[in-house]
Design a protein around this ligand. Sequence first.
Ligand code: GLC
Length: 746
Amino acid sequence: MSKLFFPVLLSLIIGSSELCAQTRISSPKSIDDKVSELMSKMTLEEKVGQLNQYTGERLATGPVTANSTKYEDIKAGRVGSMLNVRGAKDTREVQALAMQSRLKIPLLFGLDVVHGYRVTFPIPLAEAASWDIPAIEGAARIAAEEASASGIHWTFAPMIDISRDPRWGRVMEGAGEDPYLGSIISSARVKGFQGKGLGTLDAIMACAKHFAAYGAALAGRDYNSVDMSERMLHEVYLPPFKAAMDAGVATFMNAFNDLNGIPATGSSYLQRDILKDSWKFPGFIVSDWGSIKEMVPHGYAKDNREAARLAIQAGSDMDMESHSYLPYLADLVKKGEVEERLIDDAVRRILTKKFEMGLFDDPYRFSNEAREKKTLNSAKNKEAARKMAEKSIVLLKNEGQILPLSKNAKKIAVIGPLGKSKEDMKGFWSVKWDDDDLVSLYEGLQKKVGAGSRIEYAMGCTISDTSRAGFADAIETAKRSDVVIMAVGETFDMSGEGNSRANIGLPGVQEELIKAIQATGKPVVVLVMAGRPLIFNWTSEHVPAIMYTWWLGSEAGHAMANVLFGDYNPAGKLPMTFPRSEGQIPLFYSYKNTGRPPLNENDRRYRSIYLDLPNTPRYAFGYGLSYTQFALSDLKLTKNSIHSSDSIVVSCTIRNTGKYAGEEVVQLYLQDMFASVTRPLKELKDFKKVMLQPGESKKLQFVINKDKLAFYDQQMNWTTEPGEFNLMLGTSSDKISLERKFQLIN
Ligand code: GLC
């Protein structure tokens, strides 16, 4: 090789790299670099401003603190986010104030878009009853399309608190009692809200809330303390949050409750050890409304200044309406009581999301009135809401096949305090509109039946008071009819936040009204409209047809009418156990056997029973009927014993043995027969929802791998142990029709 070769080659290499350097088109700065560059210009006060969130007045969703400097604060860069400001016009106006600040850092606009924005979908617990994951994701997607067209960047949803206590009013917001179903729904809702990713114009940031274990409030009383084992926390209450995290959720919200003595807002175990360190969560945590300052009444902080210190040190990045970060954090840093790096970390997390949302490119990109007008309240969205509502309805009883009703029914009586209600159909967490166009049951029926049919309405009684003055008229109305449809339950504000009930029976004298109408001898169908499982034992035992219709949103009436007349065959399954009595609560399907399980219903001495009630629920988790019937058969396992690295393919056949096309949810449960800690008698590990024509059969397959066999052992290691498992297939947690044991060898 000539002596000249290498020097020439070397000069060529150096030359080309210099040439590149001179002509290099500067690669676009990363968001991290942009954040660093912006933060380098920020004063400490401006950084603290980013951690401060205020509410709009008109739509406040918590106890409001008088705040005369709000808009001045925004102009001075002392506010990072607003909640409860909505609409392209209003958000644009408020954003314009932020653009007057020195660094023009845009605001984030957050709102509780929990089950729909302009078109209201069924409450989340109702949607969970559909077990239709694509539909649930689609509902969140539509909510995001509407909200993002209306200036909203961020929804405080999904609420993914597992709860096994229907006295707690916020069960209506979640996905029920089961961590497996709750995790799948959590992931679907996050994906629905965030769509193709932050920065796309129809995506909004989701918020996994309330972190954590808020649904286990003592005695079902909202905001109450929570005490539980680390195993229960990790096995039951955290999985939906991990699912949200794995789905890429942009933000978390902490919780009002204290957990094992530490308020969630001040818990570095939850917010730093688990979420930010172990799970490596890159987003930011917003406090719940006032939850930072509420550490004072919790008896955990002596004043708001200490609460601010405790919260930022624990990892609560943004202060929602505690008015504690803005007045105290800078001083805490200057006095050396809080390290500035904690502020910097929180600011970086928040600014990163603002860059990801494209707000620095265009702070008004979501506040476009033309797009808002085009996107909101479309017929397509309403149709989707109606379909979601139909899927959410649970048929609890249909004795004598009263349902579906004949379209030739000539005289229909609608009786009960919710028969013509529109407002209650929207549920507790709907976005409030002056011109809401919700469809009542009565209107839905009117639209459904032909001109030849007559529909008469009698309220009979109100929801809550004890007057029976309307009974006589209701009875006469029933006597003039061929069939009676009763609409009973709760008002929309008897569930939801701050609305716990110690007695979860049908309020007022509604069940007496049902008895009086039943006594007429007319065929009676009872529709229960509520945000939580209610107790209605007499009705359950005496009325032939019962449907649970929750609060179904904008298209409630059309959905109920379609199901009542068989244009949609109900397929909903309960996502929560329905107790016979408050005395049984907490009551859930995945209970443990105890050392003294009753061997049968006559086994009554020294057994884990009640003297006055069966242990069983009124209606079980996973229960729901159809107008048709289904049969499961041919259970097969590819192996009867596996190593933990193996998997088993489970198959079965499902057949529609009835005369209507319909959907069924086949549920797969597992029991670990013996382990180093006691294990539940059954746990949901998979399910499939399938449509079958009359007489049609389909083969279903499930895969069992070690993840479905794992649990937390005595040392809280997530592990599997060799031993025997029982596999169960059924159409409800209490309707198991196929089962088979298999072995895990190691
Ligand atoms: C409420 C709720 C929370 C909601 C927030 C903002 O108090 O606890 O779920 O997102 O305040 O409305």
